[in-house]
Design a protein around this ligand. Structure first.
Ligand code: HEC
Ligand code: HEC
Ligand code: HEC
Length: 136
């Protein structure tokens, strides 16, 4: 029941805040935006290192689906990913960069099926090599 309420509420917010940006810019969510840019390397292996995450983050193959191993919900060892990721992107200075430079909004990470009204989280394969891999 709580889940259903959260989803309906989420859909409302998605419609309210997500009306006019190009969600299609980020078909795979996290890894479509967190890339190696001219301005610097934004890939998540670097970002996770910046927030002092263990190597377990970099070893995850599918982002963020695979993070569920430790971040499935509030009772998981790492806590709920939603809380961590929402906070990370909706607090300045990240928020300012997220919105102004990347046109970030709910649908940059979330996929909405407009026929069923269901919301999901976009996911994709990591775009970095593990540090333990031999050099190419
Ligand atoms: C539309 C672009 C965009 C998408 C999509 C996106 N992010 Fe980010 N994220 C950013 C920006 C911009 C920053 C700030 C980078 C900087 O300061 O150099 C950031 C920062 C972060 C940080 C570091 C936070 C901190 O406090 O320094 C983490 C961790 C992170 N993102 C994880 C994720 C995960 C996981 C996903 C997918 C669920 C995701 N991001 C999706 C744009 C995005
Ligand atoms: C093996 C378990 C494990 C895996 C896999 C894992 N995490 Fe974590 N993560 C943790 C733990 C433990 C914490 C620390 C929680 C705390 O501070 O209470 C954490 C913290 C975080 C934080 C908050 C860091 C901070 O303090 O600002 C973010 C963001 C995060 N994880 C993102 C991810 C993402 C994205 C993935 C997948 C690419 C991932 N994690 C995979 C265990 C894991
Ligand atoms: C940077 C990526 C990102 C952005 C932007 C984002 N979300 Fe999320 N959201 C997530 C992730 C990751 C989860 C956790 C999914 C999971 O655990 O399966 C999540 C979960 C949720 C949930 C499920 C309930 C919960 O909290 O666990 C709702 C509702 C939600 N988001 C609403 C929103 C709304 C509304 C916005 C825009 C204001 C938004 N999200 C923006 C990444 C994002």
């Amino acid at each position: 029941m709580m889940n259903r309420v959260a989803r309906v509420f989420g859909l409302m917010l998605l419609v309210l805040f997500g009306a006019n940006a190009a969600a299609e810019d980020y078909p795979q969510g996290c890894v479509s935006c967190h890339t190696n840019t001219d301005d610097g390397d934004m890939r998540l292996n670097h970002m996770l290192q910046r927030v002092s995450h263990s190597m377990a983050g970099q070893r995850t193959l599918v982002i963020p689906d695979g993070c569920d191993r430790c971040h499935a919900d509030a009772d998981s060892i790492g806590g709920a990913l939603s809380t961590l990721v929402h906070r990370a992107h909706y607090e300045d200075p990240v928020h300012e960069k997220f919105v102004n430079e990347f046109n970030g909004e709910c649908r940059s990470c979330h996929a909405v099926d407009y026929e069923t009204g269901k919301i999901g989280v976009k996911s994709g394969e990591r775009n970095w090599q593990l540090r333990i891999a031999p050099p190419e």
